[in-house]
Design a protein around this ligand. Structure first.
Ligand code: C2E
Ligand code: MG
Ligand code: MG
Length: 408
């Protein structure tokens, strides 16, 4: 099942169990009497289609199962939606025994999940290779968390172009893999979310970012804010507020200097828990920002009710700014929306002076991007905070290029 954990988190285990029973009934209804349906553990079911089938028959049955599973469920007072990802392995081509078949079906199932979920996938030998890479990364990530050595936070400054002042930094996680070298979050954060390793990683990120910002403040580098990215899994797990309270208390950072960034997609899927968590955080004084705004289809009415301080215009709009009228119109719309809802707005991914000038003309004055600085190692970030932003607008464009090149 896709996202079954979210059901357990939101509604509790007894609702989760009720859902599993109904899924089992639908599976039994979707196949023939002579076929077998089993639940081998957690949210994983196995179906054996016996007899002389053609290869494509398995796909047809998978389609039928997917359709039947996506009809809403009623468990107690709750109406639930759940989809599944299906992996298919064939005897005898893919595996000679049940163990091999299960293993290959499992590999194909992960590939179906990676392909966007709510779909099926046949096993192929190439998938096996990809999967072993995936498992290798997951193992490595476990080790990295235990050892606490391979993860690093880098910091990307945000500035206000009206007075060229620094407003804060965003903490971004980096993984230095002993064999693979630098691994960027786009590659490992999704794996960490799938396996719940994002919880210990996220805990570490919050504490480390607060500790670093407090140290910079004590060193007299200014009353700046540190932003931390929080994934939907952390937001829904239930103890984020307590984790943040402890991090602030332990490090001595005042809550108003911590901001959390949540992607728009996370909030759109939410049925209440995430919103309540954000409300509690804001009541504590922590700031909340919607990341990658413009990509998640939130409605206006919905946005108005959300407990947030700030929108971050998605990088893809900013990227297309000089060339695309649509991108300009969309950026202008986001700024207008923020203004009318009394929200702050920040543009991310600003790489050129042209983009910066368009944003300025749209009344978006807070920016972040390679033009100002790349994400910087702690030492470089400290230097940046000390020196202040490069004179990005003057003739001295060379200075900003130098900064941009020196970091990661
Ligand atoms: P994000 O929060 O939207 O972060 C901005 C990303 O854009 C960063 O990529 C940053 O390096 C990159 N970026 C900044 N300025 C520019 C620019 O001018 N041009 C271009 N092309 N890119 C720019 P990064 O560090 O690879 O992070 C990618 C995503 O991974 C982040 O997107 C965030 O969603 C996630 N992430 C990063 N750190 C963490 C973390 O500690 N926890 C969680 N849950 N997610 C994280
Ligand atoms: Mg972010
Ligand atoms: Mg973003």
């Amino acid at each position: 099942l896709d996202e079954f954990k979210a059901v357990n988190d939101r509604f509790g285990h007894s609702v989760g169990d009720g859902l599993l029973k109904q899924v089992a009934e639908r599976l039994v209804d979707a196949v023939r009497e002579s076929d077998s349906v089993a639940r081998l553990g957690g949210d994983e079911f196995t179906v054996i289609l016996e007899g002389n089938h053609r290869v494509e028959d398995a796909g047809h049955v998978a389609t039928k199962i997917l359709r039947s599973l996506q009809v809403p469920y009623h468990v107690g007072p709750h109406k639930l939606h759940v989809t599944a990802s299906i992996g298919i392995a064939l005897y005898p081509v893919d595996g000679q025994n049940s163990q091999e078949l299960l293993r290959d079906a499992d590999i194909a199932m992960y590939s179906a999940k990676a392909a966007g979920k709510n779909t099926y996938q046949y096993f192929t030998p190439e998938l096996r290779e990809k999967t072993s890479e995936r498992l290798h990364l997951i193992d490595g990530l476990r080790r990295a968390i235990e050892a606490r050595q391979e993860l690093e936070l880098v910091y990307q400054p945000k500035i206000d172009i009206r007075d060229n002042s620094i407003i804060g930094v965003e903490a971004l996680v980096r993984w230095h893999h002993p064999e693979l070298g630098l691994v960027l979050p786009d590659r490992f954060v999704p794996l960490a979310e799938e396996t719940d390793l994002i919880l210990p990683i996220g805990d570490w990120v919050i504490v480390e970012a607060c500790r670093q910002m407090k140290a910079w403040q004590v060193a007299g580098l200014g009353e700046l804010t540190v932003s931390v990215n929080v994934s939907s899994r952390q937001l829904r797990h239930g103890d984020l507020v307590e984790k943040i309270e402890v991090a602030l208390a332990e490090t001595g950072l005042a809550p108003e200097f911590l901001e959390i960034e949540i992607t728009e997609g996370t909030l759109v899927e939410d049925t209440g828990l995430a919103t309540r968590t954000l409300e509690r955080l804001r009541a504590m004084g922590v700031q909340v920002s919607i990341d990658d705004f413009g990509t998640g289809y939130s409605s206006l009415g919905y946005l108005q009710r959300l407990p947030i301080d700030r929108l971050k215009i998605d990088r893809t709009f900013v990227r297309d700014l000089p060339v695309s009228d649509d991108a300009t119109a969309l950026s202008a719309a986001v700024v207008g929306l923020a203004q009318s809802l009394h929200l702050d707005v920040v543009a991310e991914g600003v790489e050129t002076i042209e983009q910066l000038e368009i944003l300025r003309s749209l009344d978006c004055f807070k920016v972040q991007g390679f033009l100002i600085a790349r994400p910087l190692h702690v030492e470089q970030a400290r230097q940046f905070l000390e020196d202040g932003p490069p004179p990005i607008l003057g003739q001295d464009a060379a200075a900003s290029t130098e900064v941009a090149q020196s970091a990661i």
